[in-house]
Write a protein of this length. Sequence first.
Length: 187
Amino acid sequence: MITAIREVRRAKGLTLEDVARRCVPPTTAQTIGRLETGTRTVSVGWLNRIAAALGVEAADLVTLPDRVDLPVTAILDGRGVHAPRRTTTVRPPQVAPGQIAVTVAGGIGDYRAGDVIWCAMLAPENFATALNRDVLVPQPAGRLAFGRMIGCKGSVILLPPGPGTPPQTIKNPAWMAVAMRLVRDLQ
């Protein structure tokens, strides 16, 4: 298996020791180095541990022949734009299990026509993690509500996008999907 552990670690500005300390349970920098270079076999367990330590998905650490990475040509920060010091790439987003999409047909609030909002499904016990985030919530009769969740004690209270829109209360929804990524074409 070809991994991108070293590339991801370097792109995040971490040392072998940093990653080793972040692993649960912690390991040694030498072990991380051996896993990066392939002198030690990377099991699924190790892949998951290192991915968690790096704050990425395990799939981001595996080089797949059918997935094209984008070369990073420039870095934009508070100092302006500059070339990266070393060759690096970024991985395009991948769909994860439990993700759904909302397409925006007409601009409203922060969203523009043509936007695609990627959402992750949440079970009721996890609703509180989406407080102050945009969510999609089912309503009776097959309707849906979308907006900023401003309350979630028993009922979910949403503030729909757009000026002057009153809050909506949805009682005991079966599920919720929280907005995780905005895909917008710049034209």
